[in-house]
Design a protein around this ligand. Sequence first.
Ligand SMILES: [Fe+2]
Length: 377
Amino acid sequence: MRRHKILVVDDEVPNLRLLRRVLSEEHDILEAEGGAAALKILKDEDISLIITDQRMPSMTGVQLLEQSLEINPDAIKILLTGYTDVQALIDAINAGHVYKYIPKPWDAEELKLTVRRALEAYELKENNDRLVVELSQAITDLESVSVGTIRALADALDAKCDYTAGHSLRVSRFAVLIGRQLGLSNDHLRDVELGGILHDIGKIGVPESILWKPGSLTPEEKAIMSKHPVTSAEIIGDLKGLWRAREYVKHHHEYYDGSGYPDGLKGDAIPIGARIILVSDAYDAMTTDRPYREAIGHERAVAELKKMSGKQFDPAVVDALMAFIGDDGREIDRVLAEEFPDSFIGLTLPSVDPAQTGRQYRAEAARRARLAGSEAG
Ligand SMILES: [Fe+2]
């Protein structure tokens, strides 16, 4: 056992000296002749154990111990008392303020033993507290590693296809707003945000010739493309704390009527975050240019969402999107201009204009197509 600081409190100095003599071999003893002096020492020193007399003129031992809780709640408390103070003793013990009481006159060996036991209990608690702090630190570290990993993954996709990063961020943004509209808990919202960022990360595994194809895809190309949700989920893998986001990502192409992929899930069997990401994704895809077509504009996008509500899309999710972008899309610019004040993972929207990046995306696709054509020719 290490050396501890023990505070002894008694209005009679000879008693203080006696306590010091018995205990000072193994520990550092600090003396106070009354409650006020004791409280001052408690403020200045890191005290492990308080031993106080009950009967003192200006403040009783029990009162002192009660007040000590505010300064040093962890110190172990021992009350020295005569048999006449039974009621004070019972009160103190019932209030949980006292570890042990020692009747006066006390026996030196017995006191030493009690002090040793008390300090063992103190060290045990100290150890437990330290473990709790270390554990929560470890969990925090793990989470920041995860967010760091996510950013790295998103950047990798960004490098492959400039357009996608802005897309994923907008999908993530819309998804959080829809989730909030639907009353999701913060835990779910965080995972919806993560899922929005990562939903298309599996496209890293799709050849660029397919990603940038200006026309519609062949059945074989479609089959390759439709693997991306599962690939996304695999990339997220078993990262602790991301299991729900992984499910959202894996199922973000499931349709409400069961006609989607990869598992053909239907209705409420599709995780709510996946239903949200699907609608966010569809809306953003329709309102920005794609290699194979130009943006169709907000009004037509809304009409399409409503038409497919109950078929592709969960009607409640479509309604929630309408609630904050407005039927005529009046609010969309405001939504996109906003920062991410409520981001759970510290994301910010890049200052890119979706329409412009969409056009760039389309132009780049056309350029690539020309290059491929001239190479072939
Ligand atoms: Fe997707």
